[in-house]
Design a protein around this ligand. Structure first.
Ligand code: NAD
Length: 478
């Protein structure tokens, strides 16, 4: 028996959770269920996180959480329970299998069968944003080596465990050479440990276009948080319906499983909703806890039921569908089909899938880090960049002198183009004359000199070299 935590959520949540639990218990899942309350009621009782301390204790104890969709009340102050849970429990991988159910569910891509594995904790989702000038705000894109290693290793291990043949990586490293570049580099590094798996990398724009056009050419896709967020919805939609997909959020110790759709409040309490998304989440959960046989049995009974044309209202279509059923009737039909195998759709086969066992992250020896200079950012309302360049060029320390000024990343001094549009946010790059700065106090000195000249210094970024490789990008046009 494996203890799990469940939450029935809001809207259609309780109905689809009841249907899901009925099916998985009938299939022989060896689980002991602990129920907690999350969502709307908890939020409205004044708890802005949507989850109580005792509910956390249950999840921390069982380590496995099957969650029905919840309603986040409108208006400020309520924190997304999903984002909080992912971050608090270190659920670094979001796994979303998307499969076409052609000809039973309409899709333009009858052979689509792919799994999107999205990094879940980093990237622009760290929520570190600042307004720095009247005209400019920034959002920090944070990418870490452990973050990349964990998600990329997970993708390869997933491919190995589920007999998938290819892992495709999507980045935008032609533009973001440091952040996306690190993800791509680590994909190449870790990929070498899996010679039996085919590997490819696409720049995300053309890769996404190809994925939407010929998804049958993709197998497992691994990518950063933002691209994965967008692409996984595209993938679920072109597979036929976002209402049929489940997802897993996996961490080193904890895991959360859910449907990808929301609480559909207008359908609540009518025994109408399709429980398939949450059931797919439950199948992922059973595989995760090593109950592969039960997972396979449920998946095949679900496929068989869809094949039989027994459909809830959302996928019911005259011609292909035969019987329009309620949530509970759909669950009953699946239970009757337990032990049966689909004949047209490809049967699930999880017999050889092992729970994914990840190597713990090992920190590499520290690199030789050399301070090469500093970017000093200014809020300056002037328009004449030559005037700015002239004054800033007089700021010098023993080692540091002005190398260039850029505006929104584009070099505007020296020798900028008059036509380049400039905002009030300027980056002044100072580089060490002799290759490095022995004392970082010089960074403070240069900042102090700018302040003395009356400039509004809004931030600085140190420029480092790691093992001889620049840890910063050149200005565009430099
Ligand atoms: P939604 O996914 O709830 O509904 C979108 C559309 O799909 C609606 O027409 C709905 O009737 C239909 N639909 C969704 N699931 C269905 C199912 N199982 N069977 C049949 N039809 C289904 O999205 P929304 O309307 O934008 O959001 C409603 C609420 O859900 C909001 O409060 C939102 O914050 C929340 N939400 C929660 C989660 C989550 O808990 N993971 C995810 C997304 C949205």
């Amino acid at each position: 028996m494996r203890k799990i935590t469940i939450a029935k959520g809001d809207g259609i949540g309780p109905e689809i959770m009841d249907a899901t639990l009925k099916i998985i218990l009938a299939a022989g899942a060896k689980i002991e269920i602990e129920e907690i309350e999350v969502g709307e009621k908890v939020y409205l009782s004044g708890n802005t996180s949507g989850i109580s301390k005792s509910s956390w204790d249950s999840i921390l104890n069982t380590k496995v959480f099957l969650k029905a969709p919840i309603t986040t009340p409108q208006g400020g102050g309520y924190k997304s329970l999903n984002v909080t849970t992912r971050k608090m429990l270190g659920l670094f991988a979001n796994v979303r299998p998307c499969i076409s159910l052609h000809p039973f569910v309409k899709t333009k891509h009858p052979e689509l069968d792919m799994v999107i594995i999205r990094e879940n904790e980093e990237d622009l989702y760290a929520g570190i944003e600042h307004q720095q000038t009247d005209e400019v705000v920034q959002c920090l894109k944070l990418i870490s080596r452990p973050g990349c290693e964990k998600i990329i290793r997970y993708a390869f291990e997933y491919a190995k465990s589920y007999a998938r043949k290819k892992v495709t990586c999507f980045t935008k490293d032609n533009i973001m050479k440091q952040t996306d570049g690190l993800f791509h580099t680590i994909f190449d590094e870790i990929g070498q440990e899996y010679p039996e798996i085919e590997k490819e990398h696409w720049i995300v724009d053309i890769g996404a276009a190809k994925m939407a056009d010929t998804p049958e050419n993709f197998d497992v896709i691994v990518t950063l948080n933002l691209y994965g967020d967008i692409l996984s919805d595209v993938a679920a939609q072109i597979a036929g319906s976002v209402g049929l997909a489940g997802s897993a959020n996996i961490g080193e110790e904890f895991a959360m499983f859910e449907a990808i759709h929301g609480s559909a409040p207008r359908r609540a309490g009518q025994d109408l909703a399709n429980p398939s998304g949450l059931l797919q989440g439950a199948v992922l959960m059973l595989n995760h806890i090593g109950q592969n046989e039960v997972a396979e049995k449920i998946q095949n009974a679900w496929l068989k039921t869809l094949e039989d044309g027994v459909h809830t209202y959302d996928i019911f279509k005259e011609g292909t569908s035969k019987t329009k059923v309620s949530t509970s009737e759909f669950a009953e039909a699946i239970i009757k089909n337990l032990g049966k195998i689909p004949t047209t759709l490809k049967p699930a086969n999880y017999a050889n899938s092992k729970p994914i066992d990840l190597k713990p992250y090992k920190r590499k020896p520290a690199a030789t880090k050399v301070l090469k200079g500093v970017d000093v950012f200014l809020h300056w309302n002037g328009l004449n960049v030559d005037e700015l360049g002239e004054i800033i060029n007089t700021l010098k320390t023993e080692n540091l002198s002005l190398n260039m000024i850029s505006n929104r990343g584009i070099k505007v001094w020296p020798e900028g183009l008059k036509q380049t549009f400039c905002t009030d946010h300027w980056r002044c790059r100072f580089i060490a004359k002799n290759g490095s700065i022995p004392l970082s106090t010089e960074i403070i000195k240069i900042q102090d000199l700018a302040l003395q000249k009356g400039f509004d210094v809004i931030k600085t970024e140190n420029l480092y070299e790691f093992n001889g490789k620049a840890g910063y990008s050149l200005g565009q046009g430099q």
